[in-house]
Write a protein that binds this ligand. Structure first.
Ligand SMILES: [Fe+2]
Length: 263
């Protein structure tokens, strides 16, 4: 196949293919703006009077909220960030250069950005090992994952690298008959735990098995995730309108979609 992409594009694409993800820095200004939106909201919601640094507040959020109030708080915050089109733009802009290399430049963005807040030892928001494609997502989708705090070990997420997944595919049927905990135990030693710092962004292959565990570290994890796909690529269960919204449709495509050959 003729490949006219640049050296950098080739390098990034190869990395995504072999590791199942790429991890890149996002512009500092955008990250600071996003971090401030979150901490401002937290301070207002939990009526903080003492001054804390953004990083302390996020990492130690479990000291300010109980597990019972967490879900309501999370829903309020998700609603807040998602009604702001400008916030969606910031999120998109942080991943844009990499999405354009890996996915394309006419893009669909998920209608809602998801937020995960994992307090230490909290088992209420776990994602057992899964591949999104097994449950009906299109393999043409990609997930952008943005942490607001440094994530490592169980405070992060894991993914099964492509090489290991190839081995798993061979006895896929017998493996899928097991429950997800049994699958996890089976592939545990081959999993790659993502070590990622705040100010970085992860784009990962959601067709590879991934998930998280109870956060056994001493800090709270904050991360957002959002799906993107090329507008004119095949769809799975998640459809245009109800799930995806076009964000960078080009003029020629727009005109072409309404073009009718004169009779
Ligand atoms: Fe997933």
């Amino acid at each position: 196949m003729l490949d006219l992409s640049s050296k950098f594009e080739k390098k990034l694409s190869k990395e995504f293919e072999t590791k199942g993800f790429i991890k890149e820095k996002i512009p500092n200004k955008i990250f600071k703006e996003i971090e401030n939106i979150f901490t401002k909201f937290i301070k207002k919601e939990i009526k903080l009077t003492k001054k804390y640094s953004n990083s302390y507040l996020l990492n130690n959020f479990h000291r300010f909220i109980g597990q019972k109030e967490l879900n309501n708080f999370r829903i309020k915050l998700i609603t807040f960030i998602n009604k702001d089109q400008n916030f969606r733009k910031k999120f998109f802009l942080s991943a844009k250069p990499y999405l354009e290399i890996l996915v394309g430049n006419e893009l669909m963005m998920q209608n809602n950005i998801n937020l995960s807040i994992q307090l230490p030892n909290d088992d209420s928001s776990l994602l057992p090992v899964h591949s999104d494609v097994w449950s009906g997502d299109s393999p043409f989708e990609i997930v952008v994952w943005m942490p607001l705090v440094n994530c490592y070990k169980t405070k992060s997420m894991y993914i099964l690298p492509p090489k290991q997944y190839k081995k798993m595919e061979k006895n896929f049927k017998s493996l899928l008959a097991k429950d997800s905990e049994a699958i996890f135990k089976k592939i545990k030693k081959n999993l790659k735990w993502i070590n990622i710092k705040k100010g970085e962004i992860l784009l990962f292959n959601q067709s590879l098995p991934h998930g998280n565990r109870v956060n056994l570290e001493k800090e709270t994890r904050w991360s957002m995730n959002c799906r993107f796909k090329s507008i004119f690529s095949p769809y799975g269960d998640k459809k245009i309108g109800e799930f995806f919204q076009p964000i960078t449709l080009k003029k020629v495509s727009e005109l072409a979609m309404s073009y009718r050959l004169p009779e």
